[in-house]
Design a binder for this molecule. Structure first.
Ligand code: KG4
Ligand code: ZN
Length: 377
């Protein structure tokens, strides 16, 4: 069998791409059309969550996720085609997240995409999930490169400069837990259920954030990296040290953790804004700071980022929530951009648990990223 990518008509007036996503706990399929003037039309955008399947375990269980994705992907791809009113042979390419993520899950969308590409003779495009997030603001508004991006989800916490489609520079990332993980794990300790972030935010509404003293991660440390493991442990120790904690204790600790995470995200992002301003002195003010990922839903986080952005001469841009969290529209968009550049992939493209987005880390270790940051990169 010939596994090489088929030749692509990248000069076409318009391009249509089917995108598939299954790297964490959302199965998704979307179809996007890029018109000849470069504008984007979302023809279908379907997401199937798995919250009920994971809720009894208090977190995403990789095997359960992989199985649910495998069961959902075919049907979702067919439903997306139906919604767009298109036959498979009217699509120009099939794009799928091929990493980074839970490997069993990643394989579901990738294998489905390979099957569809092989069956239709259309090219396969292997998309880096992080590139999907990086391009997501461009689904809803005209946004020129370069822009600064804070990606804060359950799996990632990174600061990136999007220099151009396909060209990203990482300014910092978490050394341990992602911010969403810190929300989720603290929520679990406080008995708030799954998914923890939104539950912790609700609980924090009645809390006094000033009651408990929590460490400020990487305080005064140079650079733009993040760390949330110490904060999470400190919160657990405070909770376990309380004598018969009640509702008010829970709310106060939730508020303190939320405030600490928000303050840390804002402080580290402030450093990145200063670097960006120095690197791109010609970028018109207010300069663009994009926040994407599920944690962007948190009001305290947004408020802290907005304040930091205003001080540094930046404007905070958050895509609509449906495109902030995992979705396939952003994967189809990254696929469209690759297709327009004539970049398609062979049918033996691997599923990758780790896949750094920026060229510098990818070069150091293309398979797993580098050093301590590998797993979250
Ligand atoms: O982007 P996302 O849907 O999935 C990935 O992790 O890729 O992000 C999910 C994360 C979870 O950790 C969830 O608890 C967190 O985003 N999250 C929140 C809120 N909504 C979602 N964290 C804090 N406050 C929220 N309102
Ligand atoms: Zn994601």
């Amino acid at each position: 069998m010939d596994l090489a990518p088929p030749s692509t008509s990248v000069q076409a007036d318009e391009l249509i791409v089917l995108g598939l996503e299954s790297s964490c706990d959302e199965s998704a399929a979307a179809i996007l059309r890029r018109r000849s003037d470069g504008s984007i039309e979302v023809l279908a955008d379907l997401v199937l969550g798995q919250i009920d399947a994971h809720a009894p375990y208090g977190g995403v269980v990789p095997e359960i996720a992989a199985r649910a994705h495998a069961e959902a992907m075919d049907g979702l791809a067919a439903a997306a085609l139906k919604e767009a009113g298109l036959a498979l042979d009217e699509i120009d390419a099939v794009a799928a997240t091929s990493g980074p993520g839970l490997i069993g899950g990643v394989m579901a969308a990738l294998m489905t995409a390979k099957g569809l590409a092989l069956g239709s003779g259309k090219p396969l495009i292997a998309v880096n999930h992080l590139e999907g997030h990086a391009l997501s603001p461009r689904l809803s508004e005209t946004l020129d490169f370069p822009y600064l991006l804070l990606l804060v989800s359950g799996g990632h916490t990174q600061l990136l400069v999007a220099e151009a489609a396909g060209r990203y520079r990482r300014l910092g990332s978490t050394l341990d837990d992602a911010a969403g993980e810190a929300f989720d794990k603290t929520a679990k300790v406080l008995g708030l259920g799954f998914p923890g972030g939104p539950a912790l935010e609700r609980c924090a509404q009645n809390g006094d954030a000033a009651r408990f003293d929590l460490p400020t991660p990487l305080k005064g440390k140079p650079g733009c990296d993040f760390s949330f493991a110490g904060l999470k442990t400190a919160a657990r120790q405070i909770w376990e040290g309380l004598d018969q904690p009640g509702e008010q204790d829970r709310a106060d600790l939730a508020a303190a953790v939320q405030a600490a995470i928000a303050a840390s995200l804002a402080a580290r992002t402030r450093r990145a804004m200063d670097l960006f301003a120095a690197d791109y002195p010609d970028c018109a003010t207010p300069r663009p700071l994009v926040v994407a990922g599920g944690v962007a839903a948190n009001t305290a986080v947004r408020t802290a980022l907005e304040a930091a952005a205003a001080k540094a001469g930046f404007r905070l841009i958050a895509p609509p929530m449906k495109w902030c969290t995992d979705n396939a529209a952003m994967i189809a968009l990254a696929g469209l951009e690759k297709l327009a550049r004539g970049e398609t992939d062979a049918l033996d493209a691997p599923a990758r648990a780790r896949w750094p987005l920026d060229a510098a880390s990818a070069k150091l270790d293309p398979a797993i990223g580098s050093g301590r940051k590998g797993p979250k990169a």
